[in-house]
Ligand binder design. Structure first.
Ligand code: FAD
Length: 426
């Protein structure tokens, strides 16, 4: 007797979108393969806290095998997808392996975009992975160590100057946290460093930070940053970045600490789909999240471009990716799988938030706007709630309580002293 082969559903990416589908898709008659180039799901919204020594990598990540381990029909594959052949219904991996699929869900997220100046990446690392965060943490801590070892004020200057490029939520959170650790937390430990020697710049090309947020909240966030000692430079597009130098037109800032938190581009594997893409490379999906002409291939999360009912593109945020994942679970589980008769995805915007330093944040929850301590409590609650795994939630909660009362950042470890560091004085 010949058994009918099971439908093979392949999910690329174990981030917010992909993991939601892998955890929730209950289809006993299907075999599901989740492919990711890392072995862990990463809670990117708290990456800046790893980069600024508040949390450890294990607090904000969880092994993908552990998350989906109990599901007998879900297989996990550690591998990097390098190509997709939509006609032959197969994907290609870096090791030349090919995997065929009946249904494909692409959730590979986005990557940072240096606007064609890829060389800047060597001098201005971005924050996307755990190794990025550890690299940035290392640079910040090494700068303080080097500054501690020289009396020459001119040599100390670039070591104690920090520049964050990009005034979106990541840039704002990063600049606030750097100002806090460098100007407050570390003062006790670095005896020769004076608070007024430390300069933290947040550089933004547009005329407000937190572009897309209401102007009143953006200006509150700017005031809070300035209260922490951050110098916010608006209308200041970066014209060049060299080793230890940021150029802003005719002005330059000498610094050994540059963090890139500006533009993003969608994953390059989407270019294989023969589908229309927006300027950042996101695939323009249909209302059911499928790729036009390929009803069995779906793109979700940061990789997908879809407009809301007002014609505005959906933002690249974790809730969008998760809601799209949930939508696909329903769609693929049954009744509405017929391409002719599928429902349209509708994003429910529950609000946006960004935190500034230890106990302040701004929030816009369905038109209710607030800033300060209450917004921070809400921010903390939401972030703990959405972390994967009880252990992570518990650990982060305890770390935050300790940090709130002691001002101490617990993970100030330098582990790769002779590795990636670029010496500022070279
Ligand atoms: C520093 C930072 C802070 C952020 N802060 C917030 C915030 O406060 N609030 C918020 O809502 N959103 C925030 N975001 C955005 C949010 O993280 C993204 O919108 C969300 O992660 C998108 O989910 P996704 O599933 O599309 O992609 P991701 O979560 O990025 O997951 C993509 C996955 O695909 C894998 N992958 C990529 N390419 C390949 C390949 N070729 N082969 C195999 N695997 C691959 C990656 O390893 C990754 O696991 C932040 C993002 C960053 C970087």
């Amino acid at each position: 007797m010949e058994l009918t082969p099971k439908e093979h559903i392949v999910i690329v990416g174990g981030g917010f979108g992909g993991i939601t589908v892998a955890k929730g898709l209950n289809k006993p008659d299907a075999r599901i393969t989740l492919i990711d180039r890392t072995n862990h799901h990463l809670f990117q919204p708290l990456l800046y806290q790893v980069a600024t020594a508040a949390l450890s990598p294990g607090d904000i990540s969880a092994p993908i095998r552990e998350i989906v381990g109990k599901r007998s029909n879900v297989g996990v594959l550690l591998g990097e997808v390098t190509g997709v052949d939509p006609q032959r219904k197969l994907i290609k991996l870096r090791d030349e392996k090919e995997i065929t699929f009946d249904t494909l869900i692409l959730a590979p997220g986005a990557q940072y975009n240096y606007f064609g100046n890829n060389i800047w990446e060597n001098h201005a690392p971005s924050l996307k992975t755990i190794s990025d965060a550890l690299n940035i943490r290392e640079r910040i801590l090494m700068s303080l160590e080097e500054a501690e070892q020289t009396d020459n004020r001119e040599l100390r200057k670039p070591l104690l100057t920090f520049v964050v490029v990009g005034g979106g939520p990541t840039g704002v959170e990063m600049a606030g946290a750097i100002a806090e650790i460098a100007k407050r937390n570390m003062m006790r430990d670095y005896k020769t460093v004076k608070e007024d020697e430390i300069r933290v710049f947040l550089v933004e090309a547009a005329s407000q930070i937190l572009n897309g947020y209401p102007a009143s909240l953006a200006s509150k966030a700017q005031q809070m940053l300035e209260g922490l000692g951050v110098e916010v430079l608006l209308d200041s597009p970066v014209s060049d970045i060299e080793e230890n130098i940021v150029h802003l037109g005719d002005d330059t800032i000498n610094t050994s600490n540059i963090v890139w938190a500006a533009g993003v581009a969608a994953s390059p594997i989407l270019n294989h789909l023969e589908a229309e893409q927006d300027v950042t490379g996101r695939v323009k999906v249909k209302q059911d999240l499928s790729v036009p002409g390929f009803p069995d291939i779906f793109v979700i999360g940061d990789a997908a471009y879809l407009e809301d009912s007002k014609g505005e593109p959906l933002p690249a945020l974790a809730p969008v990716a998760m809601q799209q994942g949930k939508f696909l679970i329903k769609l693929l589980s049954g009744q509405n799988a017929n391409p002719e008769n599928r429902p349209a995805f509708q994003y429910v915007d529950k609000g946006t938030m960004a935190t500034i330093g230890r106990a302040k944040a701004v929030a816009d929850i369905r038109g209710f706007r607030f800033a300060g301590f209450f917004a921070w409590v809400l921010w903390s609650f939401v972030h703990i709630l959405f972390l994967i795994g009880f252990r992570n939630r518990f650990r982060v909660f305890i770390e935050w309580i300790i940090f709130y009362f002691s001002f101490k950042r617990g993970v100030r470890l330098i582990t790769d002293r002779f590795g990636k560091r670029i010496p500022a004085s070279s």
